[in-house]
Design a protein around this ligand. Structure first.
Ligand SMILES: [Zn+2]
Ligand SMILES: [Zn+2]
Length: 500
């Protein structure tokens, strides 16, 4: 799931609603256009510099060293953050939203206003991909494991599809809901609870129907009948897992990956890329497939939506806290000291906004990162179990997915199952040119994930302890979020945030 665009949407629409950030900076028209141009130019300068530099180093050395790849991975993350910062400055410093709504006169225009508000983000993001393309291409060609077909245009459209395919329908439904709400029930804003209900309704519609959009927007076709399909169907029966179809996602053999979408089995697809099915053997594909089933079996989609609802409550509490801090005498005096910095600059408002933004970003980075890595690990364990025979004295190992599907999923991981999954994971990383030791905010580094699985090998007590810990985490996680929502409701923080 592309987090970056969700943060952009949050910055553009939600934070704006919550805080009502307005002309805090007294730039004139030319100044504001200058800020927009400079923000995009900064992204272009950094990403092209990184792209060219990496390509030059690879050309010079004839290969991409581990050190270079690692440095590039970090640079890529810096560019991603820069894209968001540049968009934030366009939104808040240049006050882009008022340019669209007031200067272009598009307030309340159906969809067009929202699209134009998001446009600078899309431009910045495409600029960044374009800039980094030189690096991606030379690193990929240097490893020669995956072909490079189609050039820049194919690369950009792949990137766009990968990160926008799921997010755009969500945005569309969300904005449609808001537009319809504004048009047909303008008084809804006065009642926070009705609005919360509406958000819930829109959210569930998105969750249920998004996979259908993914199906329509990705170049994918059903996995043809054959030995692999039959084995995967056996695995699905063993797990009690249902989906609408198993799809092969055609990426021009440039991406080794898999994914699952949909909380409702009728609209649920498992996606396997063309290169994944080509490069991994059938047992490894089953292990990866098992990982995706694990996300569904462990209800990660539900828990994530729950996480975001709880996060809304936590951020609204933070906003209330910031407000409280600044209305104390010393806090207020300190903030208002900044009032005359620029024409129309309101110190209290700016500091309050800044505090909320920083708190929200830190919270999302730490909280969301932790939860996703934990969920990835749970799915990894499930992936191992999907190809484990469950026998105490394996090997000899029983090929569980060759049979009729009568044998359920093993409670514990066997050594052969563990090896199958771990080699699949390592292979996926290598084929995609990902360094094993590179850290990943959302998935955890490959090396660490494998080391964790190895720590479970032949140690049933450790496996049981992990399963118990997992269950305990769910209970604590759910309780904490319910408590946050309750606190936000009780203190009025949520109602306040929603009525802004
Ligand atoms: Zn996963
Ligand atoms: Zn076994």
């Amino acid at each position: 799931m592309p987090v970056s665009i969700l943060i952009a949407i949050f910055l553009a629409f939600e934070l704006e609603e919550i805080r009502g950030i307005s002309t805090s900076f007294g730039f004139g028209e030319a100044g504001r256009i200058g800020v927009v141009a400079a923000s995009i130019a900064a992204v272009a300068a950094v990403s092209f510099a990184v792209g060219r530099f990496v390509a030059w180093r690879v050309d010079r050395g004839g290969y991409g060293s581990e050190r270079l790849r690692r440095a590039y991975a970090i640079a890529g993350r810096v560019v991603a953050i820069l894209v968001l910062l540049s968009y934030a400055s366009i939104l808040y410093v240049a006050n882009w939203r008022s340019i669209v709504e007031v200067d272009f006169g598009l307030r309340g225009a159906f969809f067009l206003d929202e699209f134009l508000i998001l446009l600078p983000y899309l431009i910045a993001q495409f600029t960044a991909w374009w800039g980094l393309y030189a690096a991606e291409r030379s690193l990929r060609l240097a490893s020669t494991r995956i072909s490079d077909r189609g050039g820049l245009f194919v690369y950009l459209s792949l990137k766009a599809r990968q990160s926008l395919a799921l997010a755009l329908p969500i945005v569309l439904i969300f904005l449609l809901g808001e537009d319809l709400g504004d048009r047909f029930a303008p008084n809804l804003d006065r009642s926070p609870w009705l609005q919360l209900g509406l958000i819930g309704l829109i959210g569930s519609t998105v969750l249920i129907t998004a996979p259908a959009f993914v199906r329509l927007s990705l170049p994918a076709s059903p996995l043809p009948d054959g030995p692999l399909r039959r084995r995967l169907e056996t695995l699905m029966r063993r797990c009690g897992f249902r989906c609408s179809n198993i799809l092969i996602w055609r990426t021009g053999h440039s991406l080794v990956n898999a994914g699952v979408t949909g909380i409702w089995s009728r609209f649920r697809y498992v996606l396997l890329t063309d290169a994944l099915v080509d490069r991994l053997d059938e047992h490894q594909v089953e292990a990866v497939f098992g990982h995706e089933i694990g996300h569904i079996a462990r209800r990660h989609f539900f828990l994530f939506s729950f996480f975001f609802i709880g996060s809304g409550a936590i951020i609204s509490l933070a906003a209330l806290g910031a407000h409280g801090l600044l209305t104390t005498v010393p806090g207020g005096r300190l903030a208002s000291a900044f009032n005359g910095v620029a024409a129309g600059f309101n110190g209290v408002e700016a500091i309050e906004t800044g505090l909320v933004i920083v708190a929200a970003i830190v919270y999302l980075i730490v909280g969301f990162g932790h939860v996703s890595r934990r969920f990835e690990r749970e799915a990894d364990v499930y992936g191992c179990r999907a190809v484990s025979c469950g026998s105490d004295d394996c090997p000899p190992h029983l090929d569980v997915n060759a049979g009729s599907g009568a044998i359920g999923v093993a409670e514990r991981i066997c050594p052969v199952g563990l090896r199958t999954f771990a080699t699949a994971l390592a292979e996926v990383a290598e084929l995609n040119g990902i360094d094993r030791d590179a850290r990943s905010w959302r998935h955890g580094g490959i090396g660490k994930r494998i080391a964790f699985l190895e720590s479970l090998e032949n140690r049933p007590q450790v496996q049981d302890r992990y399963a118990r810990g997992s269950r305990r985490f769910r209970v604590v996680f759910a309780t904490a979020l319910v408590a946050a929502v309750a606190a936000a409701v009780a203190t009025g923080a949520l109602a306040k945030a929603l009525t802004f």
